[in-house]
Design a binder for this molecule. Sequence first.
Ligand SMILES: [Zn+2]
Ligand SMILES: [Zn+2]
Length: 427
Amino acid sequence: MHAAADPPADPPPASPLAALIDQHAATLEAAVVAWRRDLHAHPELGNREFRTAALVAEHLRALGFDAVRTGVAHTGVVGVLHGALPGPAVALRADMDALPVTEEVDLPFASRVRSTWNGQEVGVMHACGHDCHVAILMGVAQLLAGLRAQLPGRVVFIFQPAEELPPEGEDGGARMMVAEGALENPTPGAIFGLHVSSVLPTGVVGYRPGPTMASADRLHIDVDGRQTHGAAPWLGVDPIVTAAQVVLGLQTVVSRGVDLTDEPAVVSIGAIHGGVRENIIPDRVELRGTIRTFSEAMRDDIHERVTTLAEAVARGSRATCRVCITKNYPVTINDPALTEAMLPTLQRVGGPGKLVNVPKITGSEDFSFFQRVVPGLFVFLGVTAPGQDPKTAAPNHSPRFHVDEAALTTGVRLLAHLACDWLHARR
Ligand SMILES: [Zn+2]
Ligand SMILES: [Zn+2]
């Protein structure tokens, strides 16, 4: 990571609300921490965020929001706050779902929740920190509702379900929220979101213009051979050896076929299933994997190469092969002009030395679906406590993922300043 450049000599002025935002954010700290702990103790899986959504909707209604829509993309909540002054609309987004992870952190508010996920009994934990995102955006809602007399324009608050993918066979998440009109009535001119991150120290803000997080697509390959005795392989077609050749062949898709000076890419196989015992060659082997890219053109190219290669390898072994690639999330692309315009805000919120330009992340985010509709900026907020090395801290999704709550107020300030500065500059 590189330290960001010094602030421009003549940065655009902050919104007149800037000082008030910082004051109010400080007074909200205890409430935001309490909400986060409550949410952390009551995590809910994707498309099952019933309690969380009810809490959010009740909060927005109590604040006197002008519109509160519930049940958007199953459990999503969209609230609209009208400022008293004329101006455009801007959107802020928080995701609400937890993960099928059994918490190992020793906290008084640690999750003891168990549930089922795709037919399996699992522990449930806010291991990606979406509890923080919800609590932060609830804090921003309260903060801006208190300033609505001076607020130019409207702020759309999007509380999104199922960022970590819905359960198998279900639709959901940002794509579905967009389809159900989350970015209509009003249509915002920009959208902002943040993600807490273990790889940055508490309060440090990470950003990157352009492609920032990867597209993520699911790869399924079924290799079909013909069953035979392991002692007489020539009597059948061996899908195990064929699958092994496919896995090795796939290693060349990126290393030999992709212009790595343009963008990086990843093809990984994470599961191989086939066979039941040592001396029976089975009929079928199933491969499961993931494909990550940072450009839509490269994404399509890699899909084509993976399919052609797997089919050709199988044909060479007289096996057949069915390749199924499911497009999950597009590339998360921070609009370069919007990112540049908001840089002074990021610098001001982070403070001296607290803003870093982060490297690309091969993880993915369905915030990308919002960015396909309106210019968006997705930033990162460090939550690893001082004295801990962010390089070795338990990462997001770990059962030991731990958030330093001192970062939460920075999160509230970050989203509130982004929204107000953007509105102020375009009122
Ligand atoms: Zn996650
Ligand atoms: Zn996440």
